[in-house]
Ligand binder design. Structure first.
Ligand SMILES: Cc1ncc(COP(=O)(O)O)c(C=O)c1O
Length: 509
């Protein structure tokens, strides 16, 4: 984080919009709603003030794809604040940043090192570019089975084995808020001149916490993405793509132009400008308050017998938890029940419910309620569902079943004696598998075949299976269980997962 040499109190895009509104022009331009009057009545009634600021690229608002005015200045201020040489504002989430990154920086057959904690956008980017993914196993917390992150030792080993790798992508923090030791990993990547990218979608605030958490800029990453709407308070789906070296800018800019709309929504762009401004001016105060709140809440939950993971934080020093991500265990598959119960009876909406857990994200919006009051609510609700003091299962192999997204080969380090670490799941690069001839087979008969599609549990948007990957019996077993529970998967051609697409032969394109 860099507060800059001044200018951080400015918000050039916000100013530009205000100027435009002041003018009182009659809008002979798109969008057709013309700041509201041309919109459907209910839309105007519900979103009127936002619609008054809904412009696309008219003067003096600048052009996202060739910025020279307000957007240029706003992006420069963001780059300065986040410690980048160049920052792109993204109007299609961190997703589009990841897609552009792979298209700009990798070629067909290039090896990309990443983990199974990666969001589907990373695998989609790889599918588009033709690169070849190699999964690096993720460590887990010994007591609970909670997936942590990739260790520097694993990265070092992988760099020795894959001397031809082109790019390393680390997802840090993970969806559950666990950061990797980015500093050590960054040094390893720099020594080998390997491109080092960080998916920091959930961690734009990490540089603002009291105890500064590992983050991409400090680790010398070549590029990193921030979902500013997830971790800084921007409008959905505003995000940033940051670059350490401006030299990569033109290629990324080309792909961002190809992948993003030619009518970027000004409310989202302005929110990116204002999110940066707020982070620079008051971010430390805001996020340290949220962090303090979350630490107290977590402590009270533990005292009340609520099984929070990890109770004392992951012990390994290199995996540091964002305390604002609070995972609560639920035995007997009661995660969805607890989530519904909290919503219906206590008016609390959680980020995600898994079969055996719920994930709560604490941020600036919840600190107006005292942690004491909310902890009492949670203790009462869990008591009513008989879910207190339920962390009796100490077998990490069983407990690992709580976090099934990493079932596939190459997912986790140290799976007991099953050789999982050594398996190479990708028989084909995802792009080749997507272009191959495929046929549908019953899910029950899919083990050993090569997947022709991506199957993603959402949230958290992590692929369970990617195209080109050899389908393991563990994955089939897991998917059969999810099918029985009627889970929602993205990507599958048969959304009820009765059949699955497998590769029968490859064509050359
Ligand atoms: C780790 C991670 N990376 C990237 C993304 C994509 O972010 P966005 O929603 O901003 O496109 C997500 C979304 O959930 C994510 O969890």
């Amino acid at each position: 984080m860099n507060k800059g040499r001044g200018g951080q109190q400015e918000a050039p895009l916000y100013q530009a919009i205000k100027e435009l509104q002041k003018g009182g022009y009659l809008p002979f331009h798109v969008p057709l709603h013309g700041r509201g009057p041309g919109a459907p009545h209910l839309l105007q009634a519900g979103l009127g003030s936002l619609m008054q600021r809904d412009f696309t690229e008219i003067s003096p608002l600048d052009d996202l794809h060739r910025p020279r005015g307000a957007i240029h200045r706003a992006q420069r201020l963001a780059a300065e604040f986040f410690g980048a040489a160049r920052t792109f504002f993204l109007v299609n989430g961190a997703t589009v940043g990841l897609l552009a990154l792979f298209l700009a920086l990798t070629r067909p057959g290039d090896k990309v090192l990443l983990t199974r904690l990666s969001h589907k956008a990373a695998l989609h980017g790889i599918s588009l570019s033709g690169a070849y993914p190699v999964f690096l196993p993720v460590e887990r917390e010994p007591g609970t089975g909670l997936p942590l992150n990739v260790s520097p030792e694993t990265v070092e080993r992988a760099l020795r084995e894959h001397t031809d790798a082109r790019l390393l992508l680390v997802t840090s923090p993970s969806y559950w808020g666990v950061t990797a030791d980015l500093h050590s990993i960054g040094k390893l990547a720099a020594e080998r001149k390997l491109l080092f990218a960080v998916d920091e979608a959930h961690g734009a605030h990490l540089c603002l916490c009291r105890e500064i958490r590992p983050h991409a800029a400090a680790a010398g990453a070549d590029m990193w993405v921030h979902s500013a709407h997830k971790s800084l308070g921007a409008l959905t789906p505003g995000a940033y793509l940051h670059l350490k070296q401006p030299a990569l800018g033109p290629d990324l800019s080309f792909w961002l132009q190809a992948l993003q709309t030619s009518s970027p929504p000004s409310p989202v762009l302005v929110s990116l400008d204002l999110a940066r401004r707020q982070a620079a001016q008051r971010g430390r105060r805001i996020f340290q308050k949220a962090e303090h709140w979350a630490l107290r809440f977590r402590r009270l939950l533990e005292q009340g017998g609520v099984p929070v993971i990890p109770s004392a934080g992951p012990r390994e020093r290199s995996f540091i938890l964002d305390p604002c991500r609070i995972t609560i265990l639920c035995r007997d598959g009661k995660g969805p029940l607890l989530s519904k119960y909290l919503s219906r009876h206590y008016r609390l909406k959680v980020e995600m419910e898994g079969e055996h857990f719920i994930l709560m994200v604490a941020g600036p919006a919840v600190v107006s309620v005292t942690p004491e009051k909310l902890a009492r609510v949670l203790v009462r609700a869990l008591g009513e569902l008989d879910l207190l003091d339920c962390r009796e299962d100490k077998d990490p192999e069983k407990a690992f079943a709580l976090f099934p997204f990493l079932h596939g080969p190459g997912g986790l380090a140290g799976r007991r004696g099953n050789g999982q670490d050594d398996e190479v799941p990708f028989v084909l690069p995802p792009r080749k598998a997507l272009l191959a001839s495929c046929r549908d087979v019953p899910l029950e008969a899919a083990a050993g075949r090569v997947s022709g599609e991506m199957i993603v549990l959402s949230p958290p948007g992590i692929p369970v299976l990617s195209p080109g990957e050899r389908i393991s019996s563990l994955t089939v077993h897991y998917l059969l269980g999810e099918r029985r529970r009627d889970s929602v998967f993205h990507g599958a051609a048969d959304p009820r997962l009765r059949k699955i697409k497998v590769v029968t032969g490859t064509k050359t394109m």
